[in-house]
Design a protein around this ligand. Structure first.
Ligand code: GDD
Ligand code: MN
Length: 362
């Protein structure tokens, strides 16, 4: 076997005192086999005896970092990567799910030219210990599917990661949100050559999983952030189109409401005008948040003025088409026809000009 380079193993922990002895024993036996490795445990102040345990074992190759001001799996991993001394970096869970015996395979994959390596349950030879409920299984599958636009690896959810220092250092700004630091690194380091090493994923024996609903929500936010990073135009256009569609519904609703409230006293054209202006403002506020998130520092008033100018033609079309049909069909229906024509006319043009001019990046 080729000799391995020294490895820094990073282990994020939260209340894993029960599992740590098993993990450290596994790593110690790799060292006994001649593999040079250090361990960096990044614990979020578990107060479960972790500190005492590490002190008692008194192993010079084990370092414990206790964080008190920050919490979260991904930021803990980044902290560990920053503290690591060696050039080969491995991240793994403390709970025994990830076999220490696969670490040499991961180093070999990197040595053979992989930019990134993952301990994988789904590649040929990998497996998952039974006992995962149907719900967790479905959950994992759906999450994996959502990662498809970013990487073709079979197990992008894996938290068992190997990466060279030089690769991780070229990462564009990292968003340490949620659990999926592996996916984050693959995307932000722009890794293409990712090699999956088959592992047997064991069920934890001690403590409990920290995968909460909050973590799952964070994953959705994470996917949006990754999409904005990797596909900025599409991530702007799709929300823009959706906001446009929502505007049509709002517009028809407003027309119906104004009809009921003020139909007898206010002229039709004036009611249409009010609905058009309110809808335009609705679109502006949501587009600003969802479609043009990366706009520069221009003030909101100037953004609004620019938005109004850019939208003026479709807005006028919407107004006049609605007015034209207002004595032929019910007003909300006329509004749908008007805004459908107006929006279709303006969709691409409005989006492009808003993005490139009104909400231009700094
Ligand atoms: N420092 C720190 N802070 N560590 C944390 C935190 C935190 O807020 N939350 C979890 N950890 C640690 C745990 O102590 C454990 O060592 C590791 O991160 C994974 O947490 P688990 O709670 O065991 O996660 P899981 O079993 O739900 O998720 C596992 O499977 C996923 C794939 O299905 C992990 O391997 C994930 O990395 C993996 O993506
Ligand atoms: Mn686990």
């Amino acid at each position: 076997m080729t000799t391995l380079r020294p490895i820094s193993v990073i282990v994020p922990t939260f209340r894993e005192a029960g599992s740590l002895p098993g993990l450290l024993d596994g790593l110690a036996s790799l060292r006994a086999d001649g593999h040079d490795l250090e361990v960096i445990i990044v614990d979020d102040n578990s107060k479960d005896g972790t500190i005492e345990l590490i002190a008692e074992r008194d192993e010079s190759w084990v370092r414990l970092i206790t964080r008190t001001s920050e919490r979260g799996l991904s930021s803990a991993v980044i902290r560990g990567l920053e503290e690591a001394r060696h050039d080969v970096l491995v991240v793994m869970d403390a709970d025994g799910s990830h076999p220490t015996s696969s670490i040499p395979d991961m180093e070999q994959a990197l040595a053979a030219g992989a930019e990134f390596t993952l301990g994988s349950r789904y590649i040929a030879g990998g497996s998952t210990e039974d006992g995962w409920g149907v719900l967790r299984w479905i959950n994992s599958k759906v999450a994996t599917l959502m990662a498809r636009p970013f990487t073709k690896v079979l197990d992008p959810m894996s938290g068992f990661i190997g990466i060279e220092r030089a690769t991780w250092q070229r990462a564009a700004e990292l968003d340490p949100i949620g659990y999926k630091i592996g996916l984050e690194l693959i995307v932000k380091c722009r890794c293409t050559n990712v090699v999956e090493v088959p592992i047997h994923f064991s069920t934890r024996r001690h403590g409990e999983s920290k995968l909460s609903l909050k973590v799952q929500w964070q994953y959705l936010v994470h996917i949006v952030l990754l999409a904005r990073f990797k596909y900025p135009r599409l991530s702007s256009f799709i929300p823009f189109a959706c906001v446009g569609a929502s505007g049509m519904v709002v517009y028809a609703g407003l027309l119906a409401l104004l009809d009921v409230m003020a139909g007898a006293v206010v002229d039709t054209w004036l009611r249409i005008l009010v609905a058009v202006l309110l809808t335009m403002t609705w679109n502006f506020l949501w587009d600003r948040r969802l479609a043009f998130w990366d706009a520069g520092s221009r003030s909101i008033a100037r953004q609004y003025a620019g938005f109004v100018v850019v939208c003026s033609v479709p807005v006028l079309v919407t107004f006049f088409v609605t007015w034209y049909y207002s004595d032929k069909v019910m007003l909300p229906l006329a509004g749908i026809m008007g805004s459908a024509i107006g929006s279709a006319l303006g969709l691409l043009f409005n989006w492009a000009v808003n993005r490139l001019v009104v909400f231009k990046r700094d």
